[in-house]
Design a protein around this ligand. Structure first.
Ligand SMILES: [Zn+2]
Ligand SMILES: [Zn+2]
Length: 155
């Protein structure tokens, strides 16, 4: 009898995605709004299983999108956009939402500039899907006391 119950439990556990996967799925959705086709990135800031803010990479407010006007290239990277993580932090600031102690879910690991913003915003955990570019965040996150975790959406 108790064996049957635990089988049922493990079945329903398999069907439900974890909280990390749930919020990462939402970050993947946010990325579909990105307006620079060189890379689509989405970010979701979460505390206590509640979404505080979201962002995706896009042009300065009111300026044309890369997808319409072309990129602004510098050293092989497009610098026209505000990155997803920065936009999520900005959205929280605009709305007066505290993100101290929160987690951030990003579809690609933060670049150095975004990592610095995340660290100083009080975010304590960065969850990412794909590793992107900057190796410095691996050691500096440890020094800064920020958890850095890579997850996969495959079940
Ligand atoms: Zn661009
Ligand atoms: Zn960035």
């Amino acid at each position: 009898m108790s064996t049957e119950v635990s089988t049922e439990d493990s079945k329903s556990e398999k069907k439900r995605v974890s909280w990390d996967q749930y919020f990462m799925n939402i970050a993947v959705q946010a990325a579909t709004r990105a307006t620079c086709d060189r890379k689509h990135v989405g970010a979701v800031i979460v505390r206590d299983k509640t979404i505080l803010s979201t962002g995706y990479n896009g042009s300065i407010r009111g300026l044309p999108h890369c997808d319409d006007m072309g990129h602004m290239m510098e050293n092989g990277h497009c610098v026209a956009t505000v990155h997803a993580e920065a936009n999520a932090i900005i959205q929280a600031a605009k709305n007066g939402t505290s993100i101290d102690g929160a987690d951030i879910y990003v579809t690609a690991s933060p670049c150095w500039s975004c990592f610095k913003l995340i660290a100083n915003s009080g975010i304590k955990r960065i969850v990412f899907l794909e590793f992107y570019r900057d190796e410095r965040i691996l050691s500096v996150s440890k020094q800064a006391g920020i958890l850095l975790e890579q997850i996969s959406l495959e079940q």
